[in-house]
Design a protein around this ligand. Sequence first.
Ligand code: ATP
Ligand code: MG
Length: 449
Amino acid sequence: MSAFHILVVDDEEAMRESLAAWLQKAGHEVTMAAGGDGALEVLGQQPCDLALVDVKMPGMDGHELLRRIKEDHPRVMVVMITAYGSIESAVEAMKQGANDYLLKPFDPEHLMLLIEKLVKQKEVMDEYHVMQARLAEWDTGGFEDLLGRSLPMREVFKQIEEVAQTDTPVLISGETGTGKELVARAVHSRSLRTYGPFIAVNCGAIPEHLLESELFGHERGAFTGAVKTRLGRLEMANQGTLFLDEVGEIGLAMQVNLLRALEEKRFLRLGGQREVESDFRLICATHRNLDLLMEEGRIRSDFYYRINVITIRVPPLRERRDDVPLLAHHFLHQFAREMGRRVDGIAPEALRLLQDYAWPGNVRELKNVIERAVVVNRSGTVEGDDLTFLRAGETARSGAGSLEEVEAGHIRKTLETCGWNISRAARILGIHRGTLTRRMKKYGLDKGS
Ligand SMILES: Nc1ncnc2c1ncn2[C@@H]1O[C@H](COP(=O)(O)OP(=O)(O)OP(=O)(O)O)[C@@H](O)[C@H]1O
Ligand SMILES: [Mg+2]
């Protein structure tokens, strides 16, 4: 049986002392208070499992204290102690939420049995709370906005949970659009650094010569145009997490600089004389095969081993097709709400198409396909016709009609939806305006046709 931390509240010192002695003998930890105010002060400072509360006390009486405990510390159990003659007040207390009562005078054995019963109750309640939390997680099908119920994704969730508790660097690998950034954010939000910043740098999107000042910051006058001192991302990430996205794109020279900064947790701003310190957890992501890049000499091995302590591989969507319906419905509701449209289901045939497709662009592509479907849909339920796959050849289905017919039909539908606004239609279709006008010409599509 586990031990309780018990708060004994009684104005009579002799009573407090003897209760405490019995409870301590049974292995429980005891704190004493002579009245309601003292009791609330204790509860505000340390967690207790149970409060034994005398009903009759000067000042704040037991009923009032019970009410306050239930309000401010609902997880604390309360047992009322009352004189034999006033059992009504004990019953009243039970109605107000007390877990039980003891009649004075009582024998120690009765007290111990009662406590044993409450300890068991609490164990059950704790288990129940853990289960509730698990259920809540299961309901959303994953971690906050990182959804998934498939086995491979559950493995990812498990890894996130494990690495979040450590402070070691994490490398997240996976194809484009698999959710690497969401995984990085999930690690951060479950780590001890959750109240610190999450600073993301897309190393692939920043030209090499700008990346250095982006990462390390610069002093005023460090170079032409550096009119003000600017903090770099490494410094901004202090106490939090630094997320280096597309880490495989970092050049060799910059790898040397970064490695030094990562090892020493100190570095110079560009043009700086004095080293600055920053304490952050490093998470990197890449859609590339870093082993290969290392073999090709494009990633230094010392840099590679520094960032690649623990790897989380995010599986491509085609390896977790079980997640497709969950994700598709999630995005459907999201876009329908955003666009204020009533589309609330996916027809079985359409769902099958979604599940059969190879998803080279992974979850991001699925999201785009659903967005377009919501735009073009008329019936309120997504049909096969509403779906356009960028690489239709990769669906397992051999559809009715040629690919060109399907494409022409889809372009027409989109244009109609957009009132023949070409720029908008191009955006929804995910192609350039020029491409769209060429296709329109090819299929002979115009407003009057
Ligand atoms: N498991 C998921 N649940 C919900 N949304 C997801 C999931 N995975 C990805 N997404 C969504 O898909 C899009 C792409 O995700 P994200 O940017 O994290 O992918 P990525 O792997 O970093 O892609 P890239 O390699 O192109 O940078 C985002 O809009 C994200 O919200
Ligand atoms: Mg990304």
